[in-house]
Design a protein. Structure first.
Ligand SMILES: [Zn+2]
Length: 105
């Protein structure tokens, strides 16, 4: 992701997400990138009013000239339950990725 694409991503997030606590809009400076993995990214938005931190999970689509939208689907806010689910998963995960990816559920 280059700087132009990142700016576009921040713009799209500002247009779709508000603070969960007080419904305030985010400014560019409130949004920071935590990291990206393949076609997914994690961003943090700090509310300028109540200082609540929101973690946002985004899925990137193709970033070509004709389609200016970078987001493939609506950004998803990570909830405390998502974090608990991940903690529970990691607590029982033995590190065997082959078994994990072959698991039929
Ligand atoms: Zn707020």
């Amino acid at each position: 992701m280059n700087f132009e694409e990142f700016k576009q991503l921040v713009k799209e997030i500002r247009g779709t997400i508000t603070c969960r606590e007080c419904d305030s809009k985010f400014e560019d400076r409130d949004i920071s990138l935590i990291g990206t993995i393949l076609k997914e990214g994690y961003l943090q938005a700090k509310c300028p009013k109540c200082k609540h931190n929101t973690i946002i999970n985004v899925f990137f689509g193709p970033a070509n000239r004709k389609h200016r939208k970078i987001l493939k689907k609506k950004p998803r806010i990570i909830t405390p339950n998502d974090i608990l689910d991940m903690q529970n998963f990691l607590r029982s995960f033995d590190g065997d990725f082959i078994k994990l990816f072959n698991k039929k559920s």
